[in-house]
Write a new protein. Sequence first.
Length: 333
Amino acid sequence: MSSLRRQGDFTTLTRHVLTQMGSFSAEAFDISALMSRIALAGKMIARQLSRAGLVADVLGMTGTTNVQGEEVKKMDEFANQAFIRAFEQSGLVCRLVSEEMAKPYYLPENCPIGRYTLIFDPIDGSSNIDVNLAVGTIFSVRQQETVPGDDPDRDLLQAGHKQLIAGYLLYGSSTMLVYTMGKGVHAFTLDAGLGEFILSHENLTVPSKGSIYSVNEGNFHQWSVGMQNYIRHIHSQGGYSGRYSGALVADIHRILFQGGVFLYPGTQKHPQGKLRLLYENAPLAYIITQAGGKASTGKEDVLDVVPQSLHDRTPLIIGSREDVDLVLSFLHD
Ligand code: P6P
């Protein structure tokens, strides 16, 4: 279980990152500043969400569709712009990869100094906004690499093990930021009065087994026989609770704290499922794996998958190690 912090121990995000880096080198300060910019974008988004319904440009659609062919909500666009504004003139990040942008967005003023690429889903679960339910942001930081070949962005098409940092923001009853840089998983809660993310849970661990299964059972008849048999098994066993919010970040956050398994399987129509690898499944797999859990596509570890393109999708089975292994045992039968 996580260790709740003592009241009054004001460990800020920037200080925690420097502690994690174990140094005060220029690189450590760059990473700390980078995380601060992510936190700033998160605060801008949280503030806009808190005014939904009161001010224009929060609820509703923009009238455009994104590279995924999905209708873009006003908050999707606002959140995407918040990250662009947070990293312009920062000297930190040279390239942004977003669910909302077909191609990487270069920040030329930061290149080539900015050695990092930020990959993100600005608002995950945006259909929840109009009904005031939790939504999130998912982010991943990778080192910018020059690889042979004519495509300057080819270095992005590498496995999830290449991630330096992964995390998410959850805009729920409180606003939280959860991240890992390979040394455990840590959670911060936004103290709006201070305007700071304060460490609230350190070294989070996923329980080895849980009683929650999180899946959209409306797709049951489109799943493989193995996946259908797993769900039948769960129904017959009893002792499980179904929880599904429609926002990946909220459902994963519950699994991180309480254990269990989240599933977004492939279907006959969409064998790769719906969720995107680079800015949803890979960052969340890094977090859950760092917390002692497991993340699989059903065929291989999510972190081993090498994407063919920026917006590739994979099926996702993620959570407590024993629960994920139980699902896999039905798929491999
Ligand atoms: P469905 C939101 O659109 C999202 O990408 C995830 O946040 C969420 O887990 C999933 O899709 C919900 O998809 O098909 O169950 O509505």
